[in-house]
Design a protein around this ligand. Structure first.
Ligand SMILES: NC(=O)c1ccc[n+]([C@@H]2O[C@H](COP(=O)([O-])OP(=O)(O)OC[C@H]3O[C@@H](n4cnc5c(N)ncnc54)[C@H](OP(=O)(O)O)[C@@H]3O)[C@@H](O)[C@H]2O)c1
Length: 339
């Protein structure tokens, strides 16, 4: 498969070595179009991104576009892309945690993506709570439950079976907390290889970041640019804007890049794997190129470490299980799992 002349040699892009020894590209393309980017636009971005050198795609069944991405992949394979050179991720949605649903759900993603294995399959959220796409943040499912470890482990056993069946090469978690991961690490036969979590300069999650790395789990960072185009319903007045931070803007001006690129570059250099979404070729190309250019200085890294605002953007309110709760109840802030 030939890379575009202005693209990046995938061999030069930094990699993370997982505890299995597998190599995962240290930047991926996000594919969650939410309400403003269509499945067709995402599929086009996937094709364009692979042609400029991306080899890591962060997909999920709930994003509603795996079928279109599968068509894009078929075209790319026909053009000479080799399956073994691609790292494809998908995720089990919250309404498929029941033991009988896990394997069929993975098979559906595989069929949609036109693949016979996934490099990574993760549990999207640790709650089995379903909400219709696009619903208000006030909406609550009557069946919503807290995290119940006995149930999560039943789901995880099926994730482990997916590995036994050869349908997935690795399994992982997303939106977990330290108390929940401790239980999972205690009881898992096959431990998670990655944890996908919100990470950007204004939300650095240093404790969770260090915890997962200390346990041989690679942190993958979602919303690495601070999700500037997220829908109005996912915004609160307290939210801060990473790409307007004076520290980020000053570094961007010095390097002659968009502030978003500084966020991505910082993420790779800090040690997480960012998965920025972009459907704009100059943007996704710039995000990839910055991973192979001169690193940020130690002073830059220190300055960005100092602008953490503990500002979680993806709060998850729709997964709450009782009235009168706040989104903080999802995140075990006092070190204990909320029941
Ligand atoms: N596991 C989970 O629960 C979870 C939750 C949220 C997200 N995710 C994953 O993480 C991915 C990324 O998160 P996100 O989409 O919320 O936010 P994000 O990547 O932080 O932000 C995406 C936005 O940034 C803009 N952007 C990206 N690069 C840019 C550049 N170089 N210059 C200017 N603008 C740039 C994009 O606009 P343009 O298209 O115009 O470039 C897009 O609007 C998702 O797509 C999804 O795959 C996972």
């Amino acid at each position: 498969m030939v890379t575009d002349p202005d693209g990046v040699d995938p061999g030069l892009v930094p990699k993370r070595t997982l505890y299995t020894g597998a190599q995962m590209p240290a930047i991926g393309l996000g594919t969650f179009g939410s309400d403003h980017v269509s499945a067709e636009q995402i599929a086009e971005a996937v094709k364009g991104a692979v042609r400029v050198g991306y080899r890591h795609l962060d997909c999920a069944s709930v994003y509603g576009n795996e079928d279109r991405i599968g068509e894009a992949l078929r075209e790319l394979f026909a053009a000479g892309l080799r399956r073994q050179d691609l790292w494809v991720v998908s995720k089990l949605w919250n309404d498929k945690h029941a033991e009988a649903d896990v394997i069929p759900s993975c098979r559906k993603s595989l069929a949609d993506l036109r693949l016979d294995y996934l490099d990574m399959y993760m549990v999207h959220w640790p709650f089995p709570n379903f909400h219709p796409p696009g619903c208000s943040v006030e909406s609550r499912s009557l069946d919503a439950r807290p995290y119940i470890h006995e149930n999560f482990i039943k789901t995880w056993r099926q994730m482990e079976r997916l590995m036994d069946l050869g349908l997935v090469r690795h399994i992982g978690t997303s939106n977990m907390t330290i108390p929940k991961l401790k239980l999972l690490l205690r009881d898992a036969r096959i431990k998670p290889a990655i944890n996908e979590m919100e990470l950007h300069p204004h939300f650095q999650q240093p404790e969770l970041f260090e915890f997962v790395r200390a346990n041989g789990i690679e942190p993958v960072g979602y919303s690495p640019v601070g999700s500037p185009a997220r829908p109005e319903r996912d915004r609160t007045p307290e939210d801060t804007v990473d790409i307007e931070d004076p520290v980020i803007v000053a570094i961007a001006q010095r390097l002659g890049v968009h502030p978003a690129v500084v966020c991505v570059k910082w993420a790779v250099q800090r040690g997480q794997t960012p998965i920025p979404l972009s459907t704009n070729r100059p943007h996704y190309l710039a995000n990839l190129k910055c991973t192979v250019s001169d690193p940020l200085t130690a002073a830059d890294m220190q300055a960005i470490a100092g602008i953490d605002r503990n500002c979680r953007l993806i709060k998850g309110q729709v997964f709450l299980w009782r009235e009168n709760q706040t989104w903080e109840d999802l995140w075990d802030l006092e070190g204990e799992i909320r029941a």
